[in-house]
Design a protein around this ligand. Structure first.
Ligand code: MLC
Ligand code: AMP
Length: 525
């Protein structure tokens, strides 16, 4: 782990500052446990009676329960013909059944494709056509029906995986370079991009967090993030299972429920919108009892940092990550947690600023390249020409698309985005995808979608529409609602005579300004 480095902040590997007594980087092996399933199984064997998971209904699973139930589900998936390397769509709200299904897939070497519980039919079809899964474990009946229509050969079942028993498959024997997770992002081009993450990527990322945040078997995490993004799944759930501690699942975010749970917990992970709601809730001071409150997925303002300190007595630890890399940078647990900064690179992560101060990274947590659909069959093309290859520099660093600055003492700040991306309530929305959908409506001549500042959501998805005669914003929004998951829908719509364009005819987003008349739609703030 000692090679390279020194790209930011002076010391050969700035990340050693996260660790007690700043060890020799060569002595830190993030992959020593082999894989997450192997590490989890070791914990459950060592302490079978220790509680690990609390269902939203209040019932607990011990290590032995999770080991046994996941092995049984793995057998049923094998009985349905699934073999290591096959892809499995997984979608559901937080529940022990969902976790059992996910753990079963990971232990069997299946590749989990997480799907938003609120996705539209169009969005589900795009993922199925691209990822070509063998099976789909879907909690919502609506999604099961759509999946069956999209691919009649797909094995479709609910999160209890009520399939006939099959032979006991080999468990916990996955190679660290084998694919484990395949989340989707729509990307700046509007095309779907599958992000294959290996077992090594997943393990390295949470092992780094375990070390940096001193995450131990004494910890109890309150987890109310969705389990179909890396924040909830790849950080919260995976990390808690690796720590040997407990995770208390909540079905969605309810500030009162979080504050009630804080008495018996030690950690909370959230997005800034959740902290905005927590500071406004009655009993906000109860958060003070936790040993660690983490924020990420979107920038947290200095004002909100100060409010959380004043109302909840917590100095929030902000960190920075991405689907393609899981976690990258974090404020230190023991050193200064600096508002406006995301902190120091995490163990194993090398970070540099490239052209135009774009943040570039490499490390064992960084994926190897997007999955692109080719002749109807998806294949990994990390080095192929095209959009996906531009994700890496010629010397192999991943280009994050975030613009950064590094202070004299190594703290990283995110100062902008090179990529066109809106972050609303911690969810990413790519303007191009929303524009492509709106442009298909006959009343829309052209459209540009941007994020406008919002105190609650960070940014609000806002559409500027060049309308044809007869344009009815309500009808267009209702139609868009069928095509897009709720968080992607424009919340504000401005009608303009003409979109501002440069000499090449390209829309100049920075020149978009609300016209004088009030916008259509429901502002979210
Ligand atoms: C919900 N709505 C949103 C929204 N979430 N609209 C815009 N942006 C969002 N993020 C819509 C609902 O559909 C509803 O619309 C209306 O807003 C009010 O809903 P709500 O009940 O108030 O929202 P709620 O369900 O409480 O959700 C808010 C939230 C949620 C903050 C809890 O958005 C959330 O869990 N965000 C976390 C996302 C996340 O995990 N991101 C990690 C990505 S991984 P209507 O029209 O029906 O009224 C990543 C890497 C990293 O980024 O670094 O972590
Ligand atoms: P996603 O593609 O959903 O994984 O989102 C990753 C993006 O979220 C990053 O590229 C950043 O733009 C943004 N992000 C994550 N954490 C932070 C943070 N703490 N501050 C600012 N932006 C963040």
């Amino acid at each position: 782990m000692g090679e390279g480095g020194g790209e930011v902040g002076g010391p050969a590997q700035p990340w050693v500052r996260h660790l007690p007594e700043a060890p020799d980087p060569d002595d830190v092996d993030l992959l020593s446990e082999g894989s997450l399933p192997a590490a989890w199984a070791r914990r459950w064997d060592a302490h079978p009676d220790r509680p690990v998971l609390c269902d939203p209904d209040g019932s607990w699973l011990t290590g032995a329960d999770l080991a046994k139930r996941s092995a049984a589900v793995a057998g049923r998936l094998a009985g349905a013909g699934l073999r290591a390397g096959d892809r499995l769509l997984l979608s559901g709200g937080a529940s022990s059944a969902f976790v059992v299904a996910h753990v079963a897939a990971m232990r069997s070497g299946l590749v989990v494709v997480p799907v938003n519980t609120a996705c539209s039919k169009r969005e589900l079809e795009v993922v199925i056509a691209h990822a070509r899964p063998r099976a789909a474990v879907l909690e919502a009946e609506r999604l099961r029906a759509w999946a069956g229509e999209a691919d009649p050969g797909l094995v479709v079942t609910d999160v209890d995986v009520g399939l006939p028993d099959g032979p006991a498959p080999v468990l916990d024997a996955v190679a660290s370079d084998a694919p484990a997770l395949l989340p989707y992002t729509s990307g700046t081009t509007g095309e779907p991009k599958g992000v294959p993450l290996s077992h090594g990527n997943l393990l390295a990322s949470v092992e780094a967090l375990r070390l940096a945040w001193r995450w131990t078997e004494d910890d109890a995490l309150i987890l109310c993030l969705p389990l179909f993004h890396v924040h909830g799944l790849g950080v919260g759930l995976h990390g808690a299972l690796l720590s040997g501690g407990t995770v208390v699942l909540h079905r969605g975010f309810d500030p009162e429920a979080v504050l009630a749970a804080a008495t018996d917990a030690t950690m909370f992970f959230g997005v800034p919108t959740m902290y905005t709601r927590l500071v406004a809730a009655e009993g906000a001071e109860r958060l003070a009892g936790l040993r660690l409150c983490v924020s990420g997925s979107a920038p947290m303002s200095a004002v909100l940092h100060a409010q959380v300190l004043a109302r909840c007595g917590q100095v929030v630890l902000e960190r920075y990550g991405m689907t393609e890399t899981i976690m990258l940078v974090s404020n230190p647990l023991e050193g200064e947690r600096r508002a406006g900064s995301v902190g120091l690179p995490l163990p194993g992560v090398e970070l540099r600023l490239g052209d135009d101060d774009e943040i570039q990274v490499r490390g064992p947590n960084v994926f190897g390249g997007y999955l692109e659909a080719q002749a109807g069959k998806a294949a990994t093309t990390g080095t192929a020409p095209g959009t996906a290859a531009r994700a890496f520099t010629p010397d192999g660093w991943f280009r994050t698309g975030d613009v950064g600055a590094v202070d004299a003492d190594g703290y990283v700040r995110i100062v902008g985005r090179a990529k066109e991306l809106i972050i609303t309530g911690g969810y990413n929305v790519y303007p191009r995808e929303v524009e492509d959908v709106l442009r298909q409506h006959p009343d829309v001549a052209d459209v540009a979608v941007v994020g406008t500042p919002s105190p609650e959501w960070g940014e609000t998805v806002t559409a500027y529409v060049e309308a044809r005669t007869g344009f009815d914003p309500t009808a267009v929004l209702a139609w868009a609602s069928e095509q897009l998951a709720p968080y992607k829908r424009p919340r504000l719509v401005h009608c303009v005579d003409a979109l501002p364009r440069n000499g090449m005819g390209k829309v100049v987003r920075a020149a978009l300004r609300p016209p004088d008349e009030p916008p259509s739609g429901q502002p979210t703030t």
